[in-house]
Structure formats: structure tokens, C-alpha cells
Write a protein that binds this ligand. Structure first.
Ligand SMILES: [Zn+2]
Length: 135
């Protein structure tokens, strides 16, 4: 009985796209939305939930595998760009906390100086120009 069901399911899924990263991501959005709309009155949320569900089913059972594959690739590219943006943003912020960023008055090279060292001589690493700065 179970084997028969599994067989039928396997047969049904043959030639169909299945679950990918984009589907998993949409599923998480859907779950978050469902939780959100249980606590907050958000009439548009119900429509969004149905739309997401339709898109999910459509993609998972789609037979246009190459097109779904391309969508997923696009999604992964966007996702990695998004994640690296936040990673850079965070490291930039922590650099600003611990360092001053100066520009060499001679060649405009950006120079990173640790904060809290008082008056110091800065030597530009690219042109060798020296200047005083308070850090
Ligand atoms: Zn310089």
C-alpha cells in the first residue's frame, strides 16, 4: 500500500522540477507570513500567502526544468550579492569604530590609522609622503 503510493508519487514527480533553494526560501517567507498574519491583522497577507503557495506549487511541479533552474541560479546570485553587501557593511562599520580613515594629501591614497594614539606621523604606504595626524 505505502509502496504503491510511493511509486505513484515518484511517477508523478518524474520529469518535474522539484524543490530548490528558491522554493525553500519562498516556503520560509510563507511560514513567516502565516505566523505574522496570525498575530497581526493584515488582510493583504492572506492574498500574499495564496499567491506564494501557488508559485511554490507551480515551481515544484513544473515540467519546464531549464527555466526553473535559471530562476534558481538568478536567485542564488542575488542572494550572494545581498549577503556580501551586509558582510561588507558590517566590517566597514567595525573598521570605522577602531580606525580613522585618512586620505594622503599627496596622492589621495586611503590610509587606515588605529584610533586613540594621539598625534602621530603618518607615512603614506604608496607614495611615502609623511604628515601629522591626530588619531
Ligand atoms: Zn600618498
Amino acid at each position: 500500500m505505502m509502496d504503491n503510493l510511493r511509486y505513484k508519487l515518484t511517477k508523478f514527480m518524474q520529469g518535474r522540477y522539484g524543490v530548490d533553494n528558491l522554493s525553500r526560501f519562498l516556503l520560509w517567507i510563507l511560514i513567516a507570513l502565516i505566523i505574522f498574519t496570525t498575530f497581526v491583522r493584515f488582510p493583504l497577507g492572506r492574498i500574499l500567502e495564496v499567491v506564494l503557495l501557488i508559485v511554490l506549487y507551480y515551481r515544484i511541479f513544473s515540467k519546464n526544468i531549464s527555466k526553473r533552474y535559471r530562476e534558481n541560479e538568478q536567485f542564488l546570485r542575488l542572494q550572494s550579492r545581498f549577503l556580501s553587501f551586509f558582510k561588507n557593511f558590517r566590517s566597514n562599520m567595525s573598521q570605522l569604530r577602531d580606525y580613522h580613515i585618512y586620505k594622503c594629501p599627496h596622492c589621495n591614497q586611503r590610509i587606515r590609522i588605529p584610533r586613540g594614539k594621539g598625534h602621530i606621523m603618518v607615512r603614506c604606504p604608496s607614495c611615502g609622503y609623511e604628515f601629522h595626524k591626530k588619531s
